[in-house]
Ligand binder design. Structure first.
Ligand code: VGL
Ligand code: ZN
Length: 198
């Protein structure tokens, strides 16, 4: 098995002090760095929204962060403004070792559609190109770590499983936003899809 490490959205805005802070988001950084040397391919994802992105509650009058709206592609949670292109919040956590990364996939760059997964935008069909990259590199297994368990990690893991990869999610190296039990729901959905939670 040829495994790649997928490090999801370890960015300032998802760490304590950031705009969409995930509790304990920064705790996982040192161990993720250590893990990188075990892999031939290390891939980072970076949530990278244009200002005024449609997932930001600030652009939906009368809506507050963590409420939902119906988009053409389905229900969308609204977030505080976060990970704006070029901002400090969008930068990787300063402790994350980005040197070993072969590839950085940026996502959420289309104004009118969000993108949780490293593989597809939230319409579940517009590709980021990651699947093609992995196929060309003969990668068959993915180990996933990062933020947040219940959103970008979950969507990436479910898409990867659907695409036929063997998927391991290192729970100890992920942290969740956990809106109304979304962590437990996400973990159940991943298990159901054949994702190994370690
Ligand atoms: C994420 C919410 C909005 C994530 C990204 O990385 O899990 N969550 N954008
Ligand atoms: Zn986002």
């Amino acid at each position: 098995m040829n495994a790649a490490l997928l490090v999801i959205d370890v960015q300032n805005d998802f760490c304590p002090g950031g705009a969409l802070a995930v509790p304990g988001g920064d705790e996982i950084v040192p161990e993720i760095n250590n893990l990188m040397s075990d892999f031939k391919d290390v891939i980072l994802t970076q949530d990278w929204h244009p200002a005024g992105h449609s997932s930001f509650a600030s652009g939906h009058p009368g809506k507050a962060p963590f409420e939902t709206v119906e988009m053409e592609y389905g229900t969308q949670v609204l977030w505080p403004d976060h990970c704006v292109q070029g901002s400090h919040g969008g930068a990787f956590h300063p402790g994350l070792d980005t040197t070993p990364a072969h590839l950085i996939i940026r996502k959420g760059m289309s104004l009118n559609i969000d993108s949780y997964s490293a593989f597809f935008e939230n319409d579940r069909s517009t590709a980021t190109g990651l699947d093609g990259y992995l196929q060309k590199r003969d990668v068959t297994e993915l180990v996933m770590v990062g933020l947040a368990t219940d959103f970008c990690v979950q969507f990436s893991a479910l898409d990867a499983a659907r695409l036929g990869y063997k998927v391991v999610v290192r729970r100890d190296l992920c942290r969740a936003i956990d809106l109304d039990g979304s962590r437990a729901q996400a973990e159940a959905a991943m298990r159901e899809a054949g994702v190994a939670l370690e």
